[in-house]
Design a protein around this ligand. Structure first.
Ligand code: HEM
Length: 415
């Protein structure tokens, strides 16, 4: 058996932080391999890229999630006790809870709520000289997802909850004061969410049966017990937080419309191109760089030994832009998605494999539906100018957004 090639240096944490989207694929290319070994946060870690690597990563008999997440990510982005750290039957059972929220009509209802927000916000945008699109979209999505989940959100709390939910995904990887602010935001959000879970259980709050708040408050785990309030709070935030994070994809969609203006006309003329367009944004724009797991028990793959307990990182961004799966992978070509058969291992912006049995994101349909709604609105319902600004996406920033969050001017509603 060969030994896994090694990256240069003793520990790659800083190199990874400096180049989160390119580190794994570039190192693999330099070593002419699909995988290499290094240390991340001083722990031995195997990094892998490409669809073959994704296939082994998502075979659930080989890798597990318990204990795979760095503590600082759990204390900010994910919380403790949630689905991300479960394995086997416990995971599959909890996953049903999330998947039960993803019916087509239910997701369409959330889209309808966002469209309603757009109608409400547009007059104010017209009246203003300038709109910071990312800030507005985050706020709209906070309002829409809270209403959709059955979560009461008084007007006076909108800005605070939007900022707290944003801190969880924007500052998860931060070091220093931002990290501590994200931890505080999680603490406050969990207290808020646990309070609502308790109110539902006490009958003081009665959200609709199909709402996330009701489903999570009444969900029973495999042992027949309802979820502890803190865990239920983490799971409710597992719906609220990432739905607000779809704002990143929506700003990236606006960015693509600006950078590839010929697509505005194409999308106006052919509704069938909308989905390929947003899929290409999800493929090419950097958002979630990699996912982590641990080796369950020692196994061999492609002649290499994966020792029990080693952490494994799967490169999402590099797999989405792997030239073995994609022609001209760094070019923006939405047509590539027309009629393309789905492959759960080569297009993995929100994880891969099977939605029910693996850890693949249950919110993919929400992301696509929201992106399409906003994209259609930008193309058909308003005109706007994009003034001179720095629109470069900083590849060292997580998630990767333009410096001033996409400024629009002179917004006019079309008749
Ligand atoms: C903003 C766009 C989104 C991105 C980039 C994203 C990305 C991801 C990724 C990379 C994973 C991990 C996959 C893995 O571990 O293999 C994940 C899991 C998850 N996502 Fe999303 N997601 C997004 C939106 C959503 C939405 C809208 C929801 C709302 C329900 C959601 C809920 C979850 C949950 C609950 C998990 C854990 C699934 C499990 O462990 O089985 N995500 N997401």
């Amino acid at each position: 058996m060969s030994s896994i090639p090694s990256a240069e240096g003793f520990d790659s944490t800083l190199t990874l932080l400096r180049n989160p989207y390119g580190f794994i694929s570039q190192t693999c290319r330099a070593l002419d391999t699909d995988l290499f070994e290094t240390r991340i946060l001083l722990q031995k870690t195997i990094c892998m890229t490409g669809s073959a690597a994704a296939e082994v990563f998502y075979s659930d008999d080989k890798l597990i999630r318990a204990g795979s997440m760095p503590g600082r990510i759990q204390k900010t982005l994910l919380g403790e006790g949630g689905i991300q750290g479960l394995d086997g039957a416990a995971h599959q059972h909890r996953k049903k809870m999330f998947m039960s929220l993803m019916g087509t009509e239910h997701i369409a209802a959330l889209q309808g709520m966002s469209l309603h927000m757009l109608d409400n916000y547009a007059p104010d945008w017209e009246a203003r000289n300038e709109v910071v699109f990312y800030d507005k979209v985050r706020e709209m999505l906070t309002r829409a997802v809270c209403a959709w989940c059955g979560v009461p959100l008084p007007e006076a709390e909108v800005a605070t909850r939007t900022a707290q939910l944003t801190a969880l995904f924007e500052d998860a990887g931060a070091i220093g004061p931002k990290h501590w602010a994200a931890r505080l935001a999680r603490h406050r959000l969990e207290k808020w969410a646990a309070g609502m879970i308790q109110q539902v259980r006490d009958g003081e709050l009665q959200p609709t049966q199909e709402s996330a708040l009701h489903v999570i408050a009444t969900w029973r785990d495999l042992d027949g017990a309802i979820l502890p309030p803190k865990v239920a709070a983490v799971e409710l935030l597992n719906v609220l937080r990432p739905t607000v994070a779809v704002s990143v994809f929506i700003v990236q969609t606006a960015h693509a419309l600006y950078r590839y203006p010929e697509w505005q006309e194409k999308l106006r003329n052919d509704e069938g191109l909308l989905e390929p367009f947003v899929q290409e944004v999800r493929r090419l724009y950097p958002f979630f760089p990699a996912v982590a797991a641990r080796v369950k028990s020692t196994f061999e793959w492609q002649g290499y030994r994966f020792p029990k307990g080693h952490r494994v990182l799967l490169d999402l961004y590099g797999t989405n832009t792997d030239r073995r799966s994609w022609d001209a992978p760094l070019e923006f070509r939405p047509e590539r998605f027309r009629g393309r058969a789905e492959n759960p291992y080569d297009f993995i912006p929100q994880g891969g494999g099977n939605h029910y049995t693996n850890h693949r994101c249950p919110g993919e349909w929400i992301a696509i539906s929201q992106m399409k709604a906003f994209c259609r609105y930008l193309v058909n319902d308003i005109d706007y100018d994009v003034p001179d600004q720095d629109l470069e996406l900083d590849p060292g920033e997580l998630p990767s957004l333009p410096q001033n969050r996409f400024i629009m001017r002179n917004v006019r509603r079309r008749q």
